[in-house]
Design a protein around this ligand. Structure first.
Ligand SMILES: Nc1nc2c(ncn2[C@@H]2O[C@H](COP(=O)(O)OP(=O)(O)OP(=O)(O)O)[C@@H](O)[C@H]2O)c(=O)[nH]1
Ligand SMILES: [Mg+2]
Length: 180
C-alpha cells in the first residue's frame, strides 16, 4: 500500500469511526466469556470461572470499537449447542427477552457454540428448537461456532462490524447476541 493510501485510510479512520454495544446473553456455561476472549485475543481456556454479574470489554477491529457486555448466565441465560436439555429454557428466555420494548427491532445474532462436541445440535435443529423462524420483527441470524477450535469466529466478527453504526449516529447502536 502506498503512502498516500495509508494516509487516506488514517484520515478515514478519524472521521468514520464506528462503534457498537453488544450484550451477550445465554444460559450459564454456554461459552459467552470464551467467545469474548476468542474475539479479543483468539485465546481459549478450559478453565473458566463462571461470570458473576457482568464483565465489560472493549475490542477494536479496524475502525470499529465493540463494547461487549458479557452477562453472567447463572440462574438467567445461556445454553450450549451440545447441551440438549437446556435448549427449552434457552428458547423461553430468548422469546421473553424479545418482548422487551427497549430491544424492539434490535438485530439478533444467535450463536450455537461448542460444535466441536459430537452431541451438538445441527444448525437446523437449533433453529427449530429455539423457534427462530417465528421471529419476524427484526433481523435474525444464526451461526454455529466453536470457541475451542476457533470455528466461525471470523464470520461473527464480520457480522458485528457490518451491524455497527457510525459514532455520530443519534440512536445508541446496540445489538444483542444470544449464545446458545
Ligand atoms: N468443547 C467446548 N467447550 C467450550 C467452548 N466454549 C467454551 N467452552 C467451555 O465451556 C465452559 C464454560 O465457558 P464460559 O465461557 O465460562 O461460559 P459462560 O457462558 O461465560 O458461563 P457463565 O459466565 O457462567 O454465564 C468452559 O469450561 C469452557 O472452556 C467450545 O467451543 N467447545
Ligand atoms: Mg462467563
Amino acid at each position: 500500500m502506498g503512502l498516500l493510501d495509508s494516509l487516506l485510510n488514517w484520515l478515514r479512520s478519524l472521521f468514520f469511526k464506528q462503534e457498537m454495544e453488544l450484550s451477550l446473553v445465554g444460559l450459564q456455561n454456554a461459552g459467552k466469556t470464551s467467545l469474548v476472549n476468542s474475539i479479543a485475543t483468539g485465546g481459549y481456556s478450559e478453565d473458566m470461572i463462571p461470570t458473576v454479574g457482568f464483565n465489560m470489554r472493549k475490542v477494536t477491529k479496524g475502525n470499529v470499537t465493540i463494547k461487549l457486555w458479557d452477562l453472567g448466565g447463572q440462574r438467567r441465560y445461556v445454553v450450549d449447542a451440545a447441551d440438549r436439555d437446556s435448549v427449552t429454557i434457552s428458547r423461553s428466555e430468548l422469546h421473553d427477552l424479545l418482548t422487551k420494548p427497549s430491544l424492539s427491532g434490535i438485530p439478533l445474532l444467535i450463536l450455537g457454540n461448542k460444535i466441536d462436541k459430537s452431541e451438538a445440535f445441527s444448525k437446523q435443529a437449533l433453529v427449530d428448537q429455539l423457534g427462530l423462524e417465528s421471529i419476524t420483527d427484526r433481523e435474525v441470524c444464526c451461526y454455529m461456532i466453536s470457541c475451542k477450535d476457533s470455528i466461525n469466529i471470523d464470520i461473527v466478527i464480520d457480522w458485528l462490524i457490518k451491524h455497527s453504526k457510525t459514532a455520530t449516529a443519534t440512536a445508541t447502536p446496540t445489538a444483542t447476541a444470544t449464545t446458545t
